[in-house]
Design a protein around this ligand. Structure first.
Ligand code: PMP
Length: 456
């Protein structure tokens, strides 16, 4: 007889009938799941009535918190007016038209064009297909290789996972051929003994030069980078990194794509991460903050040159045979228009700038702990890397699952933060107040002290 017993608790029901991704399954068997019912400001609440300060903004995306009235109203109004449409066959909603104009206006570019997807992964996937499409149309079909970096995160579709520089994708037999991963420009971890940061950056640039020579510039379709690596562990580039590599890519005619899925719309204190790091890409990839997490949506924003080249390539064969059913969804576009307004004009990006010194000071204070090797970050995103030995930067034994323990202890105390490698990541919503900051740092400090005591 099959077991037809229906589990009683929400926690058990979640595990029984849903498959969790990116979840340590043995750990949730032991600890249980968390089932959430609603959110207020930066807090989320579970089915047991427990409240958590979500210091990771959901998955980096709920930048306006979990109950922003203006965003809810924008969604409701658009659902009542026109609840769904596509962007195929020369038809699109008026909201889609307005969002494209707005995105081009606030983009790093003087002019450009926008293509919509449902997620960041699909936006990266779409950008790769655009590059393959336009190089082939221009008579260079062999230009197919994609350059990214180790620890870079670009998504989970077969192409965007191939771009992602994380070893876990080997379980899928990825990356696909033709995806080339350069070194991660993390000076603190990857710098050699006695190597200065400037020498490290020069080595990264030389590696790029050597890789292009080895692979052949005429086989490379494009280069993708996050201004600050997010899911790789919040890794800002070494000093002068983009200034060193961008001219090399330009010299070889390799398009530069800034994956702004996390950095875009305010996270680093400016609209774009490429603005913060002062480089000009050929296209940007946006998602997450684009709708403040209120709707699944991604966008490829092409700068002037790639817009023209794509237009010519598509017109030469009549169409660009690509698009999703919900590309440019009118409700998503209405929400994005409001989210951009809220972040850029209603003080949220300003709040990121105001809170950043307080955030940096809190992180620097925690980094004094004997088992914190480094704090790093930019704007309102940061990571604390745990180390067994601070002087030698030796990590804790992997079986201690140090960052998971810290994150679990935080969760017990009503704070959600994310373990990544041996680091703890904070990426709080832009609506944080000083009181929320105090609560976040107090709870995290309590968890760090408790866990480091437990592991001796
Ligand atoms: N690019 C970056 C930089 C990201 O951080 C993410 C998601 N964390 C993605 C792409 C993929 O986005 P999605 O999960 O919406 O597919």
């Amino acid at each position: 007889m099959p077991d037809t017993t229906i589990p009683q608790s929400w926690e058990a029901r979640a595990e029984a009938a849903s498959f969790f991704g990116f979840t340590d399954l043995p750990s949730i068997h032991a600890r249980g799941t968390v089932v959430l019912t609603h959110g207020t400001g930066p807090y989320v609440h579970d089915t047991n009535g427990k409240t958590y300060l979500d210091a990771n903004s959901g998955l980096w995306n709920m930048v306006a918190g979990f109950d922003h009235p203006g965003l809810i109203e924008a969604a409701q109004a658009q659902y009542a007016r026109f609840p769904g449409y596509h962007a195929f066959f020369g038809r699109m909603s008026d909201q889609t038209v307005q969002l494209s104009e707005k995105l081009v206006e606030v983009s790093p570019f003087e002019r450009g064009k926008v293509f919509y997807t449902n997620s960041g992964s699909e936006a990266n996937d779409t950008m790769v297909k655009m590059l393959w499409f336009l190089w082939a149309a221009e008579g260079q079909p062999e230009r197919r290789k994609i350059l990214t970096r180790k620890n870079g995160y670009h998504g989970v579709t077969a192409v965007s996972a191939s771009m992602t520089g994380k070893p876990y994708n080997s379980v899928f037999g990825l990356p696909l051929p033709g995806f080339v991963h350069l070194s991660c420009p993390h000076y603190w971890r990857e710098g050699r003994p006695n190597e200065t940061e400037a020498e490290f950056t020069a080595r990264m640039a030389q590696e790029l030069e050597d890789t292009i020579a080895r692979e052949g510039a005429d086989t490379i379709a494009g280069f993708f980078a996050e201004p600050v690596m997010g899911a790789g562990g919040v890794i800002p580039p070494s000093e002068g990194y983009f200034q060193a590599i961008v001219p090399i890519l330009r010299r070889h005619g390799i398009p530069i794509i800034s994956d702004e899925v996390i950095c875009g719309f305010g996270r680093t204190g400016n609209t774009w991460g490429c603005e913060t790091y002062d480089f000009m890409p050929d296209a940007v990839i946006s998602s997450k903050n684009l709708t403040a997490g209120f709707f699944p949506m991604g966008a490829v924003i092409l700068g002037p040159e790639l817009s023209d080249r794509m237009q010519n390539a598509a017109e030469a064969i009549e169409e660009f045979p690509h698009g999703f059913t919900a590309s440019g969804h009118p409700v998503g576009c209405a929400i994005a228009l409001k989210a951009i307004d809220v972040v850029m004009n209603e003080g949220l990006m300003e709040n990121v700038r105001t809170l950043t010194p307080r955030f940096e000071a809190g992180m620097a204070e925690l980094a004094k702990h004997p088992h914190i090797g480094e704090w790093r970050g930019k704007g309102l995103m940061g990571a604390l890397e745990a180390v067994h030995d601070k002087d030698t930067r030796t990590p804790f034994a992997a079986d201690l699952s140090i960052s998971e323990r810290i994150a679990n202890t935080c969760t017990d105390h009503g704070l959600i933060c994310r373990p990544l490698g041996q680091s703890i990541v904070l990426c709080p919503p832009f609506i944080m107040t000083d009181a929320h900051m105090d609560e976040m740092f107090e709870k995290l400090e309590g968890a760090l002290t408790q866990v480091f005591k437990e592991v001796g």
